[in-house]
Design a protein around this ligand. Structure first.
Ligand code: MLT
Length: 329
């Protein structure tokens, strides 16, 4: 006659064994269904563009469909919250950029800690930003833009993709550098923002070359500077912000891949390996170059390296944002 304690212990061990076996089978069988890759900004913008370029080769490596899902709002933090609460089964993957490191300071009631709620997969790319204006904006140079916005700060408008977006961060740094506050117009992404800029509905924007390169090359917008230390091969005539008079104004928008914390290690490694392969894909390399950027290195595209980058960036941006006194809540 087994005691109740032994019987419940056997039941408990049996259940645990079945669970672990189930997880092991799930990991061995991974992926056995489509993967959702969540993008925190609207379709057609720079984050979406980078995502769709890597999704195709990653899908081939993983042997399953990758469904890109655009979840917008609050500078990317709504999407991040959704993914933080998703099942850690490898079927919800998240791409986000430098906004992952600024959100903890910008949003004082952020419902997640990026370092606790997510498992890093790896760095994807770091994209330069460009300071651009509507095609009929009067200033011809960045120095003239600075004079113009100082003289007309009540009327000049600046587009961004919400507090926490890279376009918001660049705007914050720009306004801080010239000691002038502009009226900001938030969008769900800089894809639609660029449409309004082209139409003259908004004056200025700082956005990534993965969104602005085509319009700059076609002369459809006024382009004043790029936020890298060296000029870009893809936009050789565009001066750096430093050359154009904004000394030391350097900003690169790094993008990383994440899964919910608790995702089994074999799945994390399989996703990271698929990312690393995608970053060596000929089409990805060529399209990234046309768009002014380059794939992360294989070392950068590892969970460990990206975790270190994320932690360091959170610490880097905290005092800068606090000094600017910019908060979302
Ligand atoms: C941003 O941070 O401004 C976003 O990258 C915009 C976007 O991807 O639509």
């Amino acid at each position: 006659m087994q005691s109740k304690i032994i019987r419940s212990a056997i039941i408990g061990v049996t259940a645990l064994t079945a669970t672990l076996a189930g997880q092991a089978f799930a990991q061995d069988d991974y992926p056995s269904q489509p993967i959702t890759l969540v993008v925190p900004f609207s379709a057609g913008g720079p984050t979406d563009t980078v995502t769709r370029l890597i999704a195709e080769p990653m899908s081939e490596v993983l042997g399953t469909q990758i469904v890109v899902q655009n979840v917008t709002g609050a500078g990317g933090t709504l999407a991040a919250t959704q993914v933080a609460n998703a099942a850690p089964d490898g079927y919800t993957v998240f791409i986000h950029h430098i906004g992952m490191s600024t959100a903890p300071t910008l949003y004082r009631s952020l419902p997640f800690d990026p370092l606790e709620a997510f498992q890093t997969i790896g760095l994807v790319t770091t994209v330069p930003m460009t300071i651009i204006a509507r095609p009929d904006f009067e200033p011809e140079t960045l120095a003239e833009v600075i004079d113009y916005v100082k003289a007309n700060q009540e009327t000049v408008t600046y587009a961004n993709a919400g507090i926490g977006a890279a376009s918001h961060l660049c705007g914050m740094l720009f306004m801080d550098a010239i000691d002038t506050q502009l009226t900001t117009v938030p969008y769900q992404g800089t894809g639609p923002a660029l449409t309004d800029l082209l139409g003259g509905q908004v004056d200025l924007m700082c956005d990534q070359t993965t969104n602005t390169s085509g319009q700059i090359k076609a002369g459809e917008v006024k382009a004043y500077a790029v936020t890298t230390q060296q000029r870009l091969d893809s936009l050789p005539d565009l001066p750096t912000a430093d050359e154009a008079g904004l000394e030391g104004f350097n900003l690169g928008v790094w993008h990383g891949l994440y899964v919910p914390a608790g995702t089994p290690e074999p799945i994390v490694q399989e996703l990271s390996a698929a990312l690393q392969t995608a970053l060596q894909d000929e089409n990805v390399v060529a399209r990234f170059a046309e768009l002014g950027t380059a794939p992360a290195t294989q070392e950068e595209a590892t969970p460990e390296a990206h975790a270190e980058l994320l932690a360091a960036q959170i610490e880097l941006w905290r005092p800068i944002i606090e000094a600017a006194g910019v908060y979302a809540d």
